[in-house]
Ligand binder design. Structure first.
Ligand code: SAM
Length: 366
């Protein structure tokens, strides 16, 4: 107990995700009323645990197997404490800056020596890309943007993606200007060899997806370009432009800065597995499980799911994504949990982190 299946398999020495690629607006809405409760969140880069503070919980227990990912959250805590909001956005990479090294130093003064040493070693990358751009995942997006995208779309076309338009006008722009032959060719190349191999995703991940992986991705890009508004999409903006425009991820928005800052002490950071939290006997009223179930075999998933239920208060919600592998309420627990289809459908329709194939909200019966 307390030991995770993937703990021994993966290399956690580096930052994989330097920012959260899961939509916190959707997450916090799905969690419902959590005021005064205990929440549990996978850390990743920490942004969604921070966003969960806006729900006014008594505490957010944050877990992650990766010390590098925990260091992302600890740096953010230092940044919230030491920087103004405009400075914070310079440090993240959302806004241009020539003084990120100085901002990083100031943020690190409010952290522990280990976190400080870890991030100090990343200073040149932080200066160039911001703290939100230094992970492996962001590096793949950068390669895509700087080495491949220019062969397909001009800078002007990319800029025009983010002009506000009506849904009808979005469709016309997408079909006539964006979804060109070259673009489709690029998707086919990038999503056959590059991402699938280099991102360490097993080909089996795509088995349940209709058509080829590239076709799946093309459908999701249509969601980002037509069904939702690109001018409001911070993830698409970063992927295509390497920074943010007007739209920001929830925890980085000005209106939440002071609230989050005032509640930082409610974060209870526990480096280690989710399974370790579950074995403490504490009960939580909401779980942000990221897409961790995809990394488990179906059997292990069912087993871990059962142990999460033993740590869940009545009416607790389990919220998670699937990128490629299907993971939903294991049949053996059907009598204990109810899938919240209406909430899922409503939120899937506005999920700006468009690359996931499924979004799941399940509620423990009272
Ligand atoms: C599953 S990954 C997905 C990242 C994500 N899609 C994003 O946008 O950031 C998120 C984090 O989960 C952590 N993780 C995976 N399985 C875990 C487990 N069983 N317990 C704790 N953390 C886990 C990884 O270390 C990683 O930092």
């Amino acid at each position: 107990m307390g030991h995770s299946e993937i703990e021994s398999k993966a290399d956690f020495d580096h930052i994989r995700y330097a920012q959260l690629w899961e939509d916190a607006d959707v997450l916090t809405d799905a969690l419902g009323d959590c005021a005064g409760g205990t929440l549990v969140s996978i850390c990743s880069a920490g942004d969604n645990a921070l966003a969960m503070l806006t729900l006014d919980p008594a505490k957010v227990v944050v877990v992650d197997l990766s010390p590098a990912q925990i260091a992302c959250l600890k740096l953010r805590i230092g940044a919230f404490r030491s920087l103004t909001h405009p400075e914070f956005l310079e440090l993240t990479g959302s806004r241009p800056s020539k003084r990120r090294a100085e901002l990083l130093t100031r943020a690190l003064e409010a952290t522990d020596p280990e976190t400080s040493a870890f991030w100090a070693g990343l200073t040149p990358d932080v200066e160039r890309y911001g703290i939100g751009g230094v992970g492996k995942f962001e590096r793949y997006f950068r390669i895509f943007r700087t080495r491949l995208l220019p062969f397909v779309h001009s800078r002007r076309t990319i800029d025009e993606v983010f002009a506000p338009r009506s849904p009808d006008a979005r469709e016309v722009f997408f079909d006539t200007r964006f979804n060109t032959f070259r673009w489709r060719l690029l998707l086919n190349v990038f999503f056959s060899r590059f991402v699938m191999g280099r991102m360490g995703r097993d080909k089996a991940f795509f088995d349940h997806v209709e058509g080829s992986p590239a076709q799946h991705v093309a459908r999701r890009i249509r969601h980002a370009g037509v069904e939702t508004d690109p001018s409001q999409n911070p993830y698409l903006h970063w992927i295509l432009k390497g920074t943010h425009g007007d739209a920001l991820p929830m925890a980085w928005r000005p209106e939440h800065y002071d609230t989050i800052r005032a509640r930082l002490d409610r974060l209870d950071i526990r480096p280690g597995s989710l399974e370790a939290f579950v074995s403490t006997g504490e009960k939580a009223s909401g779980f942000n499980l990221s897409d961790i179930f995809e990394y488990m075999s179906p059997d292990v998933f069912a087993q871990v799911y059962g142990s999460i239920l033993s740590a869940a208060a009545p009416k607790a919600r389990l919220v998670y994504w699937n990128m490629m592998a299907p993971r939903r309420l294991p049949p053996s627990f059907r009598g204990e949990v109810e899938t919240q289809h209406e909430i899922e459908d409503r939120l899937k329709a506005r999920d700006m982190a468009f690359f996931y194939s499924d979004f799941v909200v399940e509620e423990v019966l009272a």
